[in-house]
Design a protein around this ligand. Sequence first.
Ligand code: GLN
Length: 473
Amino acid sequence: MATVAETARKVQSGEVTSESLVKASLAKIEATKGLNAYISVIAEEALERARILDKRAAGGEKLGPLAGIPVAVKDNIVTAQGKTTCGSKILGQFRSPYDATAVERLIAAGAVPVGKTNMDEFAMGSTSETSAYGAPRNPLDESVIAGGSSGGSAVAVAAGTVAVSLGSDTGGSIRQPASCCGLVGVKPTYGRVSRYGLVAYASSLDQIGTFGNTVADAALLLNSICGWDKHDNTSAQVVVPDFTASLGKGIKGKVIGLPKECFGVGLQPEVRNAVMKALEILEKEGAVMREVSIPSFQYAIAAYYVIATAEASANLSRYDGVRYTIRSKEAKDLFGLYAKTRSEGFGEEVKKRILLGTYVLSSGFYDAYYMQAQKVRRLITDDFNKAFASCDVVVTPTMPTLPQKVGGIFTDPMTQYLGDIYTVAVNLAGLPALSQPVGRLGKLSVGMQFIGKAFQEEDLFQVAAATEKLCAA
Ligand code: GLN
C-alpha cells in the first residue's frame, strides 16, 4: 500500500490527480455505507477543492505534505463545510461558521476533507454505540464493536475510504477504536494540538489526534496539525519536531517500562500473550525491558469519571435550546424551554453523565468527589514521572479484552467503563500515547499502547515504527 507521503508527492508532480483520489474515496464511502462510518459526506465541496488543488499543482505551486489527500474528520471537530452533529440529535442541523484549527491546518497542508465521521454522542463512550445516528460497524468483524468514541474515524480508515483521519481522545477515544479496528491511533500530549473548534467534552483532557494504517501515515498527519494557536491558550508554545524523522531509528537501547499494575488481574490471557510476544521480539532486537510501578493506576477510572463528567456537565450547559440548533416546540416558558430541549435532544448516556457531573460538583459533595479526584490526578502524574525516570516509554495493552460484542454497553455498562483502564490515566497525566496492532486472533486485532513523556511523541513514533517492522515480519 502506498504511503500518504508517496501519494501526496504523486499529486504534487501530477502523476496522480487529487480529483481521482477524492472520487475513489467517495465511491468507497458509498460502497461501504452499511458500515455507517460517516454521519455526513461533503462530496461536492471535496471534489471542487481537489480540482483546485490539481490546477495549482499543474501550475507549479507547492501544495504541502498532504497534497490532494482525502481525509475524514470526527464529527465533533467543526468544519465550515457540512454539518457538525457530535453524534447528537441536539446538534442535528448545526453548521459551524468556521473550521477548527486542526482542520484549517490540514487544508493548508493540502488535504481534502471528504466527510464527518460517526461517534459516541459528545464523545461519551468506548463503543460508538451511543451515537444518535446508529453505531458504526467494525470491518474486521461486524459482530463486535468498532470501539469509541472515534469509531467512525477508525472504520473510515479500516474500510479503506480514506488513508488517514482525525479523532479526539479524552480517555481513550482514539486508541481504543484503533485497537478494535487494527489501526495505529495517536493521542498527542495535552497542548500539542489546538482544541479550537473541537467541541468540548472534558476540556482538561480532550485532545485531537490521528488514525492511520501505518505509524508513518499517522505521524505525517499529526505533524500537520500540531503547534501553538492563538485561539487556544492551552496549546503549548513548544517546537514541533518532524515526527517522521524518528521512524527509521530502530529500537536498540530504548528502555521500555512495564507497569506491574497493568499486566495482572483483569487482563484477558489472549491479549496478554499477544502483547508479551511483541515485547519479546523487541527485546531480542535490543530494547531493554524494565518493570515499573504506577501505584495510583487502580484509581484512574474512578478519578477520570468524576473529572470528565464534572467538566462535561459544565460544557454541555450551553445546549439550551436558545443557541445552536434544535428547540423544543412543547415549551411554555424559559425554564421549560431549557428542560424540554435538553430532554428531547440528549441521549441517555449524556444525561447520565450530566447528572453525575452535576452531583460531584454540588456543594457538600465537591470535596468528597471532585477534590479527591483532582488529588488522584496529581498522584497519577507523579507516578508516571517517577516511572519515566527509569524508562523512555511505558507499555500496556490498549484494552484489557478483545473487542466486546455489539450491544454490551446497554446490558453491562460497567464492563465498558472498566475497558478504559489502560487509557484514561494517560489523559489525566496529559501524556502522549499511541496504540498499534500487534497480533491477530481470528478476525480480531489486539492493540498495544506505548505511553511517552510529555512532548516526546518522537519516542512513541520511534518504538512504534520499529515494532511495526519487526512484528509484521
Ligand atoms: N470511554 C471514555 C468516556 O466515555 C473516553 C471517551 C473519550 O476519550 N472521548 O469518557
